[in-house]
Design a protein around this ligand. Structure first.
Ligand code: ZN
Length: 285
């Protein structure tokens, strides 16, 4: 395809990878962006592409699908989250700078890759009733009606990327949203509530479990650099209050600070560690 090229970033200087990152490899992708007709508008489902080592597309090295995820033929995956976007060509989909939020099975890469996606494709391919239908359980009505604050300062709703159904560590579903931001960016309570638990865990690192005012739901904030000064269990907190700071504690890649944010419906017992996960993307957007 004549569109294949190395991207010229002069129109999008913000997409340059940070100086402390190194190039691990280049791959070329050929495929489509899948959209689904909701009855009122086109909703983005995900990409579906074959990755190849060379521009001729003959030596395939893996696949690219929703997440966004890049999977090598040997099974290793990189899952990214959007950091910046730029649209140098109005007729094409945006170019993205992504940070890796998970690099399972890529032990040979010693640091997560900051990737610039360069889909020099024509306008997105719209398909009715795509082959990969997304089953999205609707959020409970009472949550959908609440006016949540985005839990990371400076992040806009349209920057959020759904990653609830991504696989992390093999078969385990992610059941959360990852929001990338520079280390020490303030993390805010999404609404009023109570600090149910401050917890250090191997995977989540420094975490906060917040109950909502009705004590039906729990909000979970993980990979924090630190808590807000003086925060303690039992504290009543207000919507928008700074409760911590973005970091990489737990199993977050050390050069991809992000907030891992989850929501779950508590059981009748109201245990801070137990409940049914709800996709935060649906209630924050
Ligand atoms: Zn996460």
């Amino acid at each position: 395809m004549e569109q294949r090229r190395i991207a010229d970033l002069s129109a999008c200087p913000d997409l340059k990878a940070p100086a402390n990152t190194k190039l691990a490899f280049h791959v070329y992708a050929q495929g489509v962006q899948i959209y689904r007709w909701t009855g009122a508008s086109w909703s983005f489902v995900g990409p579906s592409a074959v990755l190849s080592a060379d521009a001729d597309g003959k030596s395939t090295v893996g696949t690219h699908y929703a997440g966004p995820t890049w999977e090598s033929n040997s099974g290793g995956t990189v899952v990214g989250a959007v950091q910046k976007r730029c649209t140098p060509d109005a007729g094409s989909i945006p170019w993205l700078l992504l940070g890796a939020v998970s690099t399972d099975g890529l032990a040979d890469i010693d640091s997560p890759v900051i990737q610039t996606q360069k889909p020099a494709s024509p306008a997105p391919v719209a398909t009715t009733g795509s082959s990969t239908p997304v089953v999205k359980p609707a959020p409970p009505d009472d949550l959908a009606r609440r006016d949540f604050v985005i839990p990371v300062e400076g992040v806009k709703r349209e920057q959020l990327v759904r990653s609830f159904e991504d696989r992390r560590s093999g078969t385990r579903a992610h059941e959360a949203i990852d929001i990338l931001a520079p280390r020490n960016t303030p993390v805010k309570a999404v609404e009023d509530g109570t600090v149910a638990r401050l917890f250090e865990s191997k995977a989540g690192g420094t975490t906060i479990y917040q109950f909502d005012p009705t004590e039906q739901y729990c909000y979970y904030y993980a990979h924090l650099e630190r808590y807000a000064f003086g925060l303690k269990e039992g504290d009543k907190i207000r919507k928008g209050q700074v409760i911590g700071f973005v970091g990489t504690s737990g199993n977050a890649p050390k050069n991809t600070p992000h907030l891992h944010f989850a929501v779950f419906k508590l059981t009748a017992a109201k245990h801070w560690w137990e409940g049914t996960p709800i996709d935060p993307y649906d209630i924050l957007r």
